[in-house]
Design a protein around this ligand. Structure first.
Ligand code: NAP
Length: 682
């Protein structure tokens, strides 16, 4: 079977016989792959002129809805992908990480997009910046979708997750994707893309797939395009220095290989829970996906005093790992992705063994369960030990992309830190200790060399997601050797596909551009109380200026007794005067907020359904008894919640005293009924 290329929403096959792709388990031919003869300029043009505009018609929330629908669709069909996944050498547990992990990434981005981004096309980055004395000229950073395409070039080890973890933030950003999977496992990616297209959930042009080489695609990229690459450092460098990528300043993010380290604390000697957790995690990291994980532990940094115990415990645990046919339930570790991969791992171990001795494994010639060791691409889990790691170089720089790791002993924490840094930049690092002072020293000493680090002890191990699992909520990527890129990390990952622009102008212009009211912009004060308006009737800028209320000493006393908040600043005149901030007893901050609500609410049954919190509350000036209080409440931002019957309305609240001095400022958060809901309950 020749793999399809998805071009202009049509499945087409490339010219010629292409490359043959074989099962990692049986060595049988599975498919051939070629993209020869495709018009790459046209593919790019279709993404830019059809996919981009279609996606950008949708708001962030609507795109999030599509991601959720897609996740549900794939979830119902995920079992069908498992059969192909076994052919890549993946066990059921490995396939779960790839397939179910990829689908869950879609769910998380869908949820983040709908909860943390506006139901709009523009994303505001922070609060307005004050740039002028009178407040008539301000600044606001905004993000808008880039107008080009995202080129995703993926590695072979996670054919599903690798695609979906890039696709989710890209589509949420309103940018179409052109996906190029690694050839050796592209048959699984292709099957998932067929399912995505069958679903009809994504707008036309949002996704195209190239199975094979990318031809002259890079020659046509420009500053609106983004390349997100995962693979080896060598390929990343080659692509990043493509003359057109340099000439057009095409955004390039790289996730490459790394010599990730896990460090055992000096307190975690044999017999402690942390020692046992460390052994378990190292073995897991070495054997999941047969060690073909960019985040896998390659360097095991351990106290010299514990290293003999550690080598013994790791060797025993590795000896019980059953290697063989990944579809068999008696197997713990499957095959490497190809014979080429197996041979490369053997070569890299040979290089490492110039500096380290093999203490377990080291061979591709061994008994495997329910498979032919010669036909499949199997390799024994292999542990090495390096006596002089500080002066070694290969153990810190040669990545054997398989079930291989090296123990590196240290004498002091400074040495442990120096060893970790010798990786010259990693995706993931971990520390196993029950001494938080050790944890702090190791993390502060090495965090600058890492994209993600975890600290494991007996208290969190049970719920830990593990050393090697990138999570959609957290950033994935790392400095130096790891490629210097960053992906995921929630909304951060979406913004990589958007352009940040600093906008300067009047508060009214900034309000219109960002759909969020900026102080100093127009205040619409009509006769209808804003709490009497439905979500649709409310306009950004609708403002209520309340009556004035005096705050008396009796009010403060009553509030103190009623709430139990008898803090001296509200109850003891003499003590309050000794406080540098107050000139005698002052009103409670929460009294101000409560009185403010009493001033601005409209009490009758109405479209405002609930107050669900306040944001950014600041008390700016004390309010003494005898002072008076009034409030300006302005509709600041509206976020419709799908067809739930309500939307969220954020109000800008400013409480002032009799001298127009600002006493408190905050955002009030409410849920307001839509026209339809309001009509149905009256
Ligand atoms: P690779 O050889 O660098 O290939 C990576 C991707 O680049 C593949 O899709 C490959 O396609 C493509 N590619 C190669 N040459 C290209 C070119 N001239 N133009 C366009 N695309 C090109 O890496 P690999 O062997 O597949 O993956 C293993 C490496 O990836 C390991 O070093 C591992 O550490 C790293 N990795 C990193 C991460 C991470 O998140 N940081 C994740 C997984 C793997 P073909 O397959 O068609 O050649």
């Amino acid at each position: 079977m020749k793999l399809g290329n998805l071009v202009r929403d049509q499945w087409v096959t490339g010219d010629g016989d292409g490359r043959t792709l074989k099962s990692a388990v049986s060595g049988d031919t599975i498919a051939t792959i070629t993209s020869d003869g495709l018009d790459f300029k046209d593919i790019l043009n279709y993404a830019r002129t059809v996919g981009g505009p279609n996606l950008r018609q949708l708001t962030f929330h609507e795109r999030g809805d599509r991601l959720k629908a897609l996740a549900q669709y794939l979830n119902e069909r995920r079992k069908t992908f498992y059969a192909l996944s076994y052919e890549t050498g993946a066990t059921k547990a490995d396939s779960w990480i790839d397939i179910d992990g990829g689908i869950s990434t879609l769910f998380v981005f869908s949820s983040k997009g709908r909860r943390e981004m506006p139901n709009d096309h523009v994303y505001l980055d922070g609060a307005p910046e004050e740039l002028s004395r009178n407040g008539t000229f301000k600044g606001q950073h905004i993000y808008t979708s880039k107008l080009g395409a995202a080129i995703h070039i993926n590695a072979f080890n996670f054919p599903v997750w690798g695609m979906l973890e890039k696709l989710a933030p890209t589509l949420l950003a309103g940018v179409p994707a052109i996906v190029k999977p690694a050839s050796s496992t592209a048959y699984l990616t292709e099957a998932v893309v067929r399912s995505i297209i069958e679903s009809g959930i994504l707008p036309h042009g949002s996704l195209q797939l190239i199975c094979g080489g990318v031809g002259d695609l890079f020659d046509h990229l420009d500053c609106q395009d983004t390349i997100a690459f995962t693979g080896s450092k060598w390929t990343a460098e080659k692509l990043q220095t493509h003359p057109n990528v340099i000439a057009q300043s095409v955004a390039f993010t790289a996730e490459t290989d790394s010599l990730n380290a896990s460090t055992l604390g000096p307190d975690a000697v044999a017999g402690t829970p942390e020692f046992d957790l460390f052994v378990k995690e190292v073995v897991r990291e070495m054997t999941v996906k047969a060690g073909q994980k960019c985040t896998a532990i390659r360097r095991i940094i351990a106290p010299a005093a514990s290293s003999a115990d550690l080598v013994r415990a790791l060797s025993e645990a590795l000896a019980s790992v059953r290697v063989g046919n990944p579809a068999s339930k008696d197997v713990d570790m499957g095959a490497l992705a190809s014979h080429g991969q197996r041979d490369e791992v053997a070569e890299r171990i040979a290089t490492l063994s110039a500096e380290a001795s093999i203490v377990h494994g080291g061979s591709a010639d061994f008994d495997v369960v329910d498979a032919d060791a010669q036909k499949g691409s199997f390799f024994m889990p292999t542990l090495l030990h390096c006596d002089a790691p500080l002066s070694a170089s290969a153990v810190h720089s040669v990545e054997a992309f398989g079930p291989v790791a090296t123990v590196l002993p240290y004498e002091t924490l400074d040495e442990a830190i120096a060893l970790s840094r010798k990786g010259e930049g990693s995706l993931a690092g971990s520390v196993f200790t029950n001494d938080d002072a050790v944890a702090r020293e190791l993390i502060l000493g090495t965090a600058a060399y890492h994209g993600r680090m975890l600290v494991i002890n007996r208290h969190c191990a049970g719920e830990s997601t593990g050393h090697g699992s990138p999570l959609p909520h957290l950033v994935h990527g790392g400095p130096g050797r790891a490629g210097g890129g960053e992906e995921m990390g929630g909304v951060r990952g979406v913004l990589h596909y958007m352009q940040r622009t600093a906008i300067q102008g009047s508060p009214q212009s900034l309000t219109a551009i960002g759909n969020r009211w900026v102080r100093g912009a127009d205040e619409n004060t009509d006769t209808v109380h804003p709490f009497r308006k439905t979500f649709e009737q409310l306009r950004i800028g609708d403002t209520l200026n309340t009556e004035t209320r005096e705050v008396t000493l009796e009010d403060i006393n009553h509030f103190a007794e009623f709430t139990g908040d008898t803090f001296y600043a509200h109850t003891d005149e003499e003590a309050a005067r000794k406080n540098p901030f107050f000139d005698g007893r002052v009103a409670h901050g929460y009294l101000i907020v409560s009185f403010a609500a009493g001033l601005f609410v409209d009490p009758d049954f109405g479209p405002v359904l609930a107050n669900y919190g306040v944001d950014d509350l600041r008390f700016l000036k004390p309010l003494n008894y005898g002072d008076s209080l009034k409030v300006r409440l302005t509709c600041k931002q509206k976020t419709l919640r799908g067809d739930s019957g309500y939307g969220e309305v954020r109000w800008d609240a400013e409480a002032t005293n009799q001298d127009e001095e600002i006493v408190a400022r905050y955002d009030v958060l409410t849920m307001v009924a839509t026209d339809a809901h309001w009509a149905s309950v009256q």
